[in-house]
Design a protein around this ligand. Structure first.
Ligand SMILES: Nc1ncnc2c1ncn2[C@@H]1O[C@H](COP(=O)(O)OP(=O)(O)OP(=O)(O)O)[C@@H](O)[C@H]1O
Ligand SMILES: [Mg+2]
Length: 454
């Protein structure tokens, strides 16, 4: 069913132009030649969007807006103003208009504005139905994505899930690589087997090898007893090698051999064990460039990337944002037992147009904060802008206190920066390292050196 737009203007020509424009775009358009006529239509029909001229003889745009708001608080309302009436336009926003547009305007501008307003209306309608629910709905494993690129990807995933072919997932941080890896495992015939993740960037070379292949007692300092490797532990299941680009060359050689021969040898040992695992790997780096640079072995790349998948960044699939909003709002309302019934237009605008460098994780974090801090069931900018930022601003300027050595000052500053980055990255180490501009290993070293409790 197409969406219904009411256009009110007592200038015949303008009314025709706009009606034609929106009809051509597939909307169901109703036109009203006066404010009163518009009001009559509103009383009889539910519209998804109202566009009204400000200056109409019988009933001004503002008066019409006021009447509409007295019976319905959500239908988006766009007001068309002449030049030099910015104050009335601001007043309209205060009275609950979605936005205003100043004459003369380009068709494209009003079209985009209308699209956003309709989106806003749709979202607010779903919000009306979001209440904290008991039980039901597993939000953790659902992959949301209606955009063409995500639909193509998910279709491909469905086809390949059941094969045993190794999958390599590329994508920026927070695009859902880990989520997708688990989804692939769960829709495969190995779903009853284990799904084990190895974070290749988090471990030193020795520890990574011992994680993968296991070790015998005394293989290295600290190897007090023998341990089975995860490749053996995951027998019959799936091993997820996260941040695969971080693997050191010598370990790459060993991994390649293990895959080629289907067997592994524990560190320090010499007995081979057969392995039967499916490999899924992921990286947020440009692995082809790494191969070109000689940092990643080409043969290993071809072994792991039999099925290459690429998760597009959120800014390239903005049409998924409203769905994700809906998804995360449900999720967090449920977790925090809150109800959200509206989002302020400026917040929505920000959510729809932000560059989302941290992708879906960043979006989720912001919404979590928004839900937690919402007042009167409304998410406003205040809930979204981090209170951290405000506190930091307030705290600035108080630089009294004990005199510290330069080293202590640096350490203190590093500790704080790390703690803050960890917090805003939700303890995700890769993202934290990236935010701080250091390698993951350097991050781990610093956390250990400062004895930070994370
Ligand atoms: N399409 C999606 N639908 C719903 N939730 C998603 C989607 N993609 C990601 N998420 C959620 O966003 C968060 C980040 O996803 P995930 O950890 O899988 O990203 P990642 O690409 O592995 O990040 P990193 O590179 O930092 O490891 C998770 O909470 C995940 O559940
Ligand atoms: Mg991940």
């Amino acid at each position: 069913m197409s969406e219904r737009i009411l256009i009110a203007d007592d200038e015949r020509e303008m009314l025709q132009v706009l009606s034609r424009l929106f009809s051509k775009k597939g909307y169901e358009v109703h036109s009203a030649h006066s404010g009163e006529e518009a009001w009559k239509a509103i009383e009889e029909t539910m519209f998804d969007l109202i566009i009204s001229d400000m200056a109409m003889e019988d009933l001004s745009g503002l008066e019409l807006l006021e009447r509409v708001r007295s019976v319905d608080s959500t239908t988006p309302f766009i007001i068309i103003t002449g030049v030099g009436t910015i104050e009335t336009a601001v007043q309209a926003i205060k009275m609950g208009a979605f936005h205003y547009i100043t004459k003369p305007f380009k068709n494209r501008d009003i079209e985009i504005l209308a699209q956003r307003a309709l989106e806003y209306g749709r979202l607010n309608r779903t919000l009306q139905n979001i209440r904290p629910q008991e039980g039901g709905g597993d939000y953790t494993k659902t992959i949301i994505g209606a955009s063409k690129c995500m639909q193509d990807l998910l279709r491909k995933v469905e086809k390949i899930s059941d094969s045993l072919a190794p999958v390599l997932i590329e994508g920026e941080t927070g695009t859902g690589k880990s989520l997708l890896a688990e989804k692939i495992h769960q829709s495969s015939s190995r779903k009853d087997g284990l799904f084990l993740t190895i974070d290749c960037g988090a471990l030193t070379e020795t520890l990574l090898e011992s994680e993968l292949f296991g070790h015998v007692k005394g293989a290295f300092t600290g190897a007090l007893r023998a341990r089975r490797g995860l490749l053996e532990e995951a027998q019959g299941g799936t091993v997820f090698l996260d941040e695969i680009c971080e693997i050191k060359p010598s370990t790459q050689v060993k991994l390649l051999r293990a895959i080629q021969e289907g067997e592994i040898k524990p560190v320090g040992g010499n007995r081979n064990t057969k392995i039967d695992v499916r490999f899924i790997s992921a990286t947020s780096r440009d692995i082809i460039a790494e191969v070109g640079r000689g940092g990643f072995r080409e043969e290993l790349y071809y072994r792991l990337a039999v099925i290459p998948l690429c998760l597009p960044p959120l800014r390239d699939r903005r049409e998924d944002i409203p769905l994700l909003l809906d998804h995360f709002l449900h999720k967090f309302c449920k977790i925090y037992k809150k109800k959200i019934s509206s989002i302020k237009p400026d917040v929505l605008d920000m959510l729809l147009n932000s560059s989302w460098k941290g992708n879906i994780r960043e979006l989720a974090n912001i919404l979590e904060r928004g839900v937690l801090l919402a007042e009167n069931e409304t998410i406003s900018m205040d809930c979204i802008v981090s209170s951290d930022m405000r506190q930091r601003k307030a705290a600035k300027g108080s630089d009294d206190g004990p005199v510290l050595s330069l080293k202590e000052v640096v350490e203190e500053a590093e500790k704080r920066a790390i703690a803050r980055a960890l917090k805003s990255a939700n303890n995700n180490r890769s993202e934290t390292a990236r935010m701080l501009g250091i390698s993951r290993r350097a991050l781990y070293d610093k956390i250990a050196a400062y004895g930070m409790n994370v």
